[in-house]
Design a protein around this ligand. Structure first.
Ligand SMILES: [Zn+2]
Length: 280
């Protein structure tokens, strides 16, 4: 299997969630073995777990004074599109939030298309279970897997009755991703939004780019877009974060109430010992 990059250069634009300012991404096909790299303020920032600087509301990369934040939905779409190498120039430190999902990103990537390159694609195969669990019992665990690709089992349990307990337990295929994972939007509680707005954040936030829950209600007029949208969005984030390993991963992943921090910490633990994995 060969590495891939995009057929040609293209752009995607929108607004940043927190700044509310325009944000344009320019995707440039790049050489084999260069990986996914963001470019911002003249600094090149490889999309690697070791460059993750903040995981509080999104996954944020920083290097040498350059920052690219909210990379996770884009990384997830690149993973499923099979893109190994691309340079992404960012006009804004915040990537466009679009509709809070990866649907438009994936659609555009598929329109542009990918091309094979003269280099073997590399995979990371997990050999030993590695996990990260926080003080509240939320965890993510990477287990060895016999078959190829990723299997994800993700459980969430939210107090909001419109979300409640949701379980996702599937092999990650392109078809499933396109139908159920890519369209799943970011979600949050209205009280969280009121607070973030009061401290000057999420200036670009609206019902156009998130599912907003208010007690027993969902405030978006159209309701949920896909079945179990909330857990599917967590899976979207997880796949994107795992792609900051620098490889397509072969693993059985179990996650319980986890988020960006757990995803980043488990990768740090994975790479602590070369007995935990092999590169194929
Ligand atoms: Zn997300």
């Amino acid at each position: 299997m060969e590495q891939q990059t995009f057929e040609h250069q293209f752009e995607i634009e929108g607004i940043g969630l927190h700044s509310g300012q325009p944000s344009v991404l320019t995707f440039k096909p790049s050489e084999p073995d260069t990986g996914i790299v963001f470019a911002r303020d003249g600094v090149r920032i490889p999309a690697l777990f070791s460059n993750v600087s903040d995981t509080r509301n999104c996954t944020c990369l920083s290097k040498d004074g350059g920052t690219a934040s909210t990379i996770e939905h884009l990384m997830s779409a690149l993973y499923i599109a099979g893109v190994d190498n691309v340079l992404i120039e960012c006009s804004n430190a915040e990537l466009p939030i679009l509709d809070g999902s990866a649907e438009l990103l994936l659609k555009k990537m598929k329109q542009v298309g990918v091309k094979k390159q003269k280099a073997e694609k590399k995979f990371l195969k997990v050999l030993k279970p590695v996990s990260f669990e926080d003080e509240k019992g939320a965890f993510v665990r990477l287990n060895p897997r016999k078959e190829h690709g990723l299997h994800i089992r993700f459980e969430i349990d939210f107090p909001s009755p419109v979300v409640g307990y949701q379980l996702f337990d599937e092999d990650i295929t392109e078809e499933l991703f396109e139908k159920q994972i890519a369209p799943a939007r970011t979600f949050c509680e209205k009280s969280q939004i009121d607070y973030l707005k009061s401290v000057g954040l999420i200036k670009g936030g609206s019902l156009e780019n998130a599912v907003v829950l208010d007690g027993e209600k969902i405030l978006n007029p159209g309701g949920f877009k896909v079945e179990k949208e909330c857990v599917c969005h967590k899976v979207l984030d997880l796949i994107g974060d795992l792609y900051t390993s620098g490889y397509s991963m072969i693993a059985d992943v179990e996650a319980f109430k986890s988020g960006h921090r757990h995803n980043n910490e488990v990768l740090k633990k994975l790479f602590e010992s070369c007995e935990n994995y092999e590169i194929l």
